[in-house]
Design a protein around this ligand. Structure first.
Ligand SMILES: NC(=O)c1ccc[n+]([C@@H]2O[C@H](COP(=O)([O-])OP(=O)(O)OC[C@H]3O[C@@H](n4cnc5c(N)ncnc54)[C@H](O)[C@@H]3O)[C@@H](O)[C@H]2O)c1
Ligand SMILES: CCCCC[C@H](O)/C=C/C=C\C/C=C\C/C=C\CCCC(=O)O
Length: 271
């Protein structure tokens, strides 16, 4: 998808990866609405971007994605100001096991809500213009991470949810594509971890700094752009990190593979 002239709604972009992604979108001629809980940082970010890219091309709406009404109102306002939303980026997320219920709400429940809002707006079957939905998962959605079991669980959920939508046979007629950005550790405030936020946090921090490696935000942004610009990206999982570089990955076990050959061919005929 070419980004020039496209309209984007992104959550959690007052700082960190979302802020970097927004900058890259604006550089390529897109118009962006940032929705974030943090009014101070959100307004500061948008003021800077408006000076560089023009007031009409980027704006901020204060919204807590766990608040159903605030999130829906923000999305409606963005549609009304931009005329349409071509790309939805559900990016807001936290990593704090001491707030595990809130973390599930932000990382999963609100991401589902954002996806549903975007589907309702974009669906060609009901008068929409189609579009692309990018959900931010993580490398933690592919592997066990002993220090942050709930965080890891939320990111597995993001991948399962997004790829299940992508596999829906109706997505072609709906004109919507679904994909996940899966960053490895990146240099943002998310990784300023306090001991109470997980288990064995100091060992974990040592592990990511010395073994996994921490990527600059710019690397993750490069991965995001690669994912968005790829035309056949429905169901894509883009892994990006310091050691991984940028790569499309496949994590699936196909339940059909364990069926006897005859049943596989019968199932293929009916699907
Ligand atoms: N930084 C990493 O190492 C890393 C790696 C993989 C995936 N991720 C994912 O990337 C996404 C962005 O993380 P980041 O590293 O930029 O973190 P960050 O903490 O720098 O930014 C997160 C943003 O989300 C916003 N936010 C938090 N709760 C919100 C809510 N309820 N409503 C609206 N906005 C809210 C914050 O205000 C902040 O602006 C998250 O989903 C995170 O899980 C991060
Ligand atoms: C206790 C110290 C050693 C922990 C090893 C850990 O369990 C292994 C992890 C292997 C892969 C990565 C899995 C999870 C990473 C989790 C978070 C990374 C930072 C944030 C993010 O990338 O989303």
């Amino acid at each position: 998808m070419k980004l020039e002239g496209k309209t984007v709604f992104i959550t959690g972009a007052a700082q960190g990866l979302g802020q970097g992604i927004t900058e890259a979108l604006l550089e390529r001629g897109a118009k962006v609405c940032i929705a974030d809980l943090n009014r101070e940082k959100g307004e500061e970010t948008v003021n800077q971007f408006q000076q560089r890219f023009g007031k009409e091309n980027v704006f901020f709406i204060k919204a807590d994605v766990t608040n159903e009404k605030e999130f829906e109102d923000a999305f409606k306002e963005a549609v009304s100001r931009l005329g349409n939303i071509d790309i939805m980026v559900n990016n807001a997320g936290i990593m704090d096991e001491s707030k595990w219920e809130l973390m599930i709400q932000i990382n999963v429940t609100s991401l589902v809500r954002g996806t549903n809002l975007a589907i309702g707006h974009m669906n060609k079957v009901t008068g929409g213009k189609g579009g692309l939905i990018i959900n931010t998962a993580s490398v933690a959605g592919f592997a066990p991470g002993v220090s942050f079991p709930v965080y890891g669980g939320t990111k597995h959920a993001v991948i399962g949810f997004t790829t299940s939508w992508a596999a829906n046979p109706n997505v072609e007629s709906m004109g919507i594509r679904f994909a996940c950005l899966c960053p490895s550790p990146a240099d943002t405030a998310l990784l300023d971890l306090k001991d109470h936020q997980g288990m064995m946090v100091s060992q974990f921090t040592k592990f990511i700094n010395e073994v996994l490696g921490v990527a600059p935000v710019s690397k993750i942004v490069e991965g995001f752009i690669t994912l968005v610009e790829k035309d056949d990206n429905n169901g894509a999982l883009l892994l990006v990190g310091k050691n991984e570089g940028i790569q499309f990955v496949n994590r699936f076990y196909d339940p059909m593979a364990s069926l006897p050959k005859q049943k596989q061919s019968d199932a293929a005929k009916t699907s």
